[in-house]
Write a protein that binds this ligand. Structure first.
Ligand code: ZN
Length: 239
């Protein structure tokens, strides 16, 4: 969460700060989520108590917090997939928006009249929507296939619904390799979304192998530094 402190908060109070017009879409989403949580929990004090109850080893357990915040709602099948405890919180948050189809993809912006044409900036051969971007697109499917090859997935699919079904029903267990495969999905979603944004907003392009390299490095950083994944180090380094 250093990026939030450095970029947005600058010593301002997280409970009081308001979104400004130049802020990133992601930051505005975080503040919107904060306001919803404040409303449904009856104010700052109650929400602080709830968050403190989800802290372990001075870290907020994102999956526990999500569970506490949605205590009265119906459990969703993608819960374990999205809120995998070893994933980066920003990757989990992006995945949470993606599974609910709430990312600001071009098909949605077009419907709202914010843009006038729709073309996927990763392949330039199709219109952009959630399912195309992840991973029907030629570019993103290349990235996802590299990830699946690296981690020796026993199946291959680049169809969003198939992938989510597989994760929700076959990859929901507590084993390290299942956890790592869940982290792989959220890291891939995040890095593809960042690549898409860099192309649109910064005119910066990387190829599929470079995006895959970033996913791999971000995952290895967690796996090789985590005391709970000691048994998986030799496996991941042998791949
Ligand atoms: Zn595409």
């Amino acid at each position: 969460m250093k990026w939030i402190h450095g970029t947005y908060l600058k010593n301002r109070d997280i409970w009081l700060v308001q979104a400004k017009s130049g802020d990133s879409w992601m930051w505005k989403q975080i503040l919107k989520t904060r306001d919803k949580a404040l409303f449904s929990n009856g104010g700052v004090d109650n929400l602080m108590q709830l968050i403190n109850s989800c802290v372990n080893n001075s870290k907020v357990q994102m999956s526990v917090l999500y569970h506490a915040l949605s205590a009265n709602s119906v459990p969703v099948p993608w819960y374990n997939t999205v809120w995998e405890g070893i994933s980066y919180p920003k990757h989990s948050f992006l995945s949470w928006l993606a599974v609910q189809n709430r990312l600001q993809t071009q098909d949605r912006l077009l419907k709202r009249g914010i843009i006038t044409s729709n073309s996927c900036c990763l392949c330039t051969r199709a219109e952009e929507n959630r399912d195309h971007l992840f991973f029907d697109c030629l570019f993103s499917s290349e990235v996802w296939l590299l990830v699946m090859d690296w981690l020796k997935f026993s199946w291959r699919s680049c169809v969003w619904n198939h992938i989510m079904n597989w994760y929700c029903y076959k990859l929901r267990g507590k084993g390290d390799r299942q956890k790592i495969k869940r982290m792989a999905l959220s890291s891939t979603l995040y890095c593809i979304w960042i690549e898409r944004n860099n192309r649109i907003f910064k005119n910066k392009f990387r190829n599929a192998v470079q995006v895959f390299g970033e996913i791999k490095i971000s995952m290895l950083y967690i796996i090789l530094n985590s005391t709970s994944l000691l048994d998986s180090r030799d496996w991941i380094l042998s791949l």
